[in-house]
Each structure stands twice: as C-alpha cells, then as structure tokens.
Design a protein around this ligand. Sequence first.
Ligand code: FAD
Ligand code: FES
Ligand code: FES
Length: 466
Amino acid sequence: MIEFILNQKKISTNTSPTNVLLDFIRKEIKLTGTKEGCREGDCGACTVMIGELIDNKIKYKTINSCLVPIGSIHKKHIVTVEGLTVNNSLTPIQNSLVEEGGTQCGFCTPGFVISMTCYFLNNKNFVEHEAINYLGGNICRCTGYYGIIRSLTKTSEIINNSEGKTYLDKLISAKIIPEYFKIIPKELKQIKSNKNKIDKPKFVIGGGTDLYVQKWEEIVETKSILIDTKQISNEIYKKENEIIIGATATIEEFINSKVIRKIIPQVKEYLELFGSLPIRNKGTVAGNIVNASPIGDITNILLTLNSKIHLEGKKKRIIPLEKFYLGYKQLDKKKNEIVTKITFEIPSKNFQFNFEKVSKRTYLDIASVNSSIGILVKENIIKQIRISAGGVAPIPLYLKNTSEFLLNKEITNQNIIEATKIAMSEISPISDARGTAEYKRLLLRQLIFAHFILLFPERINAEELL
Ligand SMILES: Cc1cc2nc3c(=O)[nH]c(=O)nc-3n(C[C@H](O)[C@H](O)[C@H](O)COP(=O)(O)OP(=O)(O)OC[C@H]3O[C@@H](n4cnc5c(N)ncnc54)[C@H](O)[C@@H]3O)c2cc1C
Ligand code: FES
Ligand code: FES
C-alpha cells in the first residue's frame, strides 16, 4: 500500500509502485492542472512539489512528476497547482503572471506556478537571479520570460507587505500557500513506513531520472526495487581521512554538502550546469555512476577524486571507480549488486580542483565533453594530479598516462602542450549528435588548457597556448 498526501487529501493506493506519478495524478485522480509535455524531464510542465519530513521538519522541493515512480512518494506530501488555490481564487503568483503578461497559452504556467511557489517557500529573502535559477527546469515556448520575472518581483513585494508571526504565516496570509500546509507535518507522521523488498527485481531505481527517460513503459510492467534513503544512506560525511557519500545522496545534496564544498569550493557553480533543479533534486550520485554514461558529470568529478565504489550483493566489495567501467555501459557489477556508498580520501591541504563542461546549450544539457582536474603543486612542481575526461571514449575516462606524465613536472606551457598530446593518444571519441570526433578532440585539448589557465594564471601564458 502506498500512502501519501496529495494536496489536502490522504491517498492510499495499491497501484504498482513503478507507476508514474504524473499518470496517477492526471488519469486516476483526474487532477489535470499538471501537464504532460516532453515526458523526459526537459520541459517542466509536469512539475510538482514534494514535501518530506526530515528531522521532524518538512522540506519542500520541486520534481518532474513524469520521471517519478509512485512508490517513492510514500509518506510524502505532493502539491499540484490545484493544491495552492484558496477558495478557487487565483493565488498572488497566478494573479501577477496574468497582470505582468507572464502567460499566454498557459500550458507551461502550472509548472511555473509550482516552481515559483516552492522558491518563495524555501527563500525568505528574494534574490532575483537565484529565483530565476530556481525556474531553470521550466520552459515557456510562447510567452517569453520577462513577464515571469516581473511577476517574481511583484510576488516578493506582496510577501514583504504581508503580516505573520513566522515566515510560513506570512506566506499563508499573503495566500501564496493555503492554511492546510500547517497540519501536513502532523499528518505525515501518522503514516507508517513501508517495507520495500522484492525478490529478484528486474530494475533497481534510484531517482529514476535516467531509467524513466530510457524505459519507463518497460519498468511500469516489471518488478523493480526502489532504492531509498531508509535502505541506503544519503548522508555525506567525513570519517577519519575519508569522505563518505551515501549512494542515495542526490545531486543537490552533493552540491550543498559542507564537506564537498570544502574540497571543491565551486561545486555549486560547476553543477548548476547539471540538468535542472527538479532533476538534481531527484537524480542520485549512484545513479549517475551506474548509468555509465561517458559524459556523466558527477562520475567525471568522482573519477578525478580517485573514488572507490562500495557494492553489496551476496558479498561486499570495494573497487576503484576507474576499474568499474569495462566497456560502453558494461560494468564490473553483478546483477544483484547495489551501490551502497562512494568514498574518497580527503585531499591534502592546498589541493586545487577545476571542472569544465561544454555542451550545445549552456543549461539543461548534457556535455559534449567534460573534464576535471585535481592537482597539488609545491614550489611549482606537480606533486599529485588526476585528470578525467568524459565524452571522448566509450567509458568515463581517467586520463592515466596524461596524469602520470605531468607528475613531478613543472607547470610550464611546454609541459601542458606535451600533456595534451598524450591525452589525444588516450582517447577514442566518436562522431555523434554532440559533435564530430575531431571537434571533441579539440574540445578536450582546450579544456585541459582551461584547467591550467584558470588554476595557474601566473605560470601559464594563455595566448601562447591557444
Ligand atoms: C532532463 C535531464 C537532464 C540531465 N542532465 C544531466 C547532466 O547535466 N549531467 C549528467 O551527468 N546527467 C544528467 N542527467 C542524467 C541523470 O539525471 C543522472 O545520471 C542521475 O544522476 C541519475 O541518477 P538516478 O538516481 O535518477 O538514476 P536512475 O535512473 O534511478 O538509475 C540509473 C541507473 O543506475 C542504477 N542505479 C541507481 N541507483 C543504484 C544503486 N544504488 N545501486 C545500483 N544501481 C543503481 C539503475 O538501475 C540504472 O541502471 C539528466 C537527466 C535528465 C532527465
Ligand atoms: S513532461 Fe516535460 S518535464 Fe515532465
Ligand atoms: S505560456 Fe505557452 S508555453 Fe508558456
């Protein structure tokens, strides 16, 4: 039995846990405000809010309901556009979209309304560019975005002028959200946790953001196990000299982790280029690794950090991530093995990191080529170095020969040029929709240059390199 709260209503259903949330909302409950567009996580028309109790506090985020197995929302609060309305009148967000010319055909509007509401729910202080980023997963094809941006500003003014003891009270008195939101935490606590054990599952589902794009129809019809944080941790923490990443940590949890930020201070900037917020809210670190796409962004970063992957089946195994990939989408992983965590050694003081990604579109696109570097330099000599490259081989690639060539060398233009020649001999890109093989070779060369130009501007003559 799957139990959750949909807007104000408790739902108990014995529908298959692999059914798609969007279909359940539209076809079974007949709430058709949530729209079906691309069904691939790209357009945001299906955006809903999901509220989860964490340490007795409810935390809301946006997700693409087209990629969500309904079994994963047990004991959670789902909010669709219908659940925001008080007495059937427009909310201030909806009103301002109308007044500011932020909607035309209206197909994208419910998704925007949900994302905007979630932004204001999670952010007391309005910052325009952050609010715009929050809407990064919502696409409007006919109106354009300036009306939507104006209505964000207008809504923030309405909230500022409203009264209330707490911020939540202010949102309620401004009618951004209805009063019933206050009792949801209590109601969620009353729902018992579900056991999630299936013999010989055909699919293991993390966030579902790859699987539900690739084969949702097949998944809906077959037995699958939904991996959640109750079974496998999503915690990211430091233990002795290691960082431990629970396999179910989402991309957003990775980005917001204090321990990761200490090692990669610009992780937020780098991974804002990963999908959109609703995708990052659902997609997991383990899912990115096991999906084995040669251009997986997290995989690329974890390869550079020399990570190990912890597998659990009949036995427990730990293998270096760089040995996990055997060929295109072929893994050193048995069918019954599940990734439980990923670990890597905390780099030494003065370690530097950089990540570069080139894609056809800046946002909401996967890479043509990506690359990261982790490097430790003492007195201009490279004491530790690892460089990884994605999109240039059938697997996510650690550039072993290139990295080893640079070890114990000085940072000079000549050495970097030599290193890129070695990199070219380690890769085997193919021509596809993301660019020709030749273009990808050129990209990787430039990305390696970019690492050194950015990290060591005083030692590299950029004009000479380029
Ligand atoms: C619109 C959109 C944009 C995207 N943008 C990017 C991007 O910019 N960069 C990028 O790298 N990726 C991107 N992705 C791909 C995807 O979001 C990521 O690869 C994500 O990390 C996958 O995680 P998941 O938990 O959703 O995987 P799932 O779909 O649940 O699973 C993927 C694979 O991993 C397996 N798996 C999951 N968890 C485990 C586990 N614990 N143990 C064993 N096997 C497991 C599944 O069986 C499956 O084979 C995008 C996807 C979409 C739809
Ligand atoms: S329908 Fe387009 S993101 Fe879900
Ligand atoms: S109003 Fe038509 S797609 Fe946005």
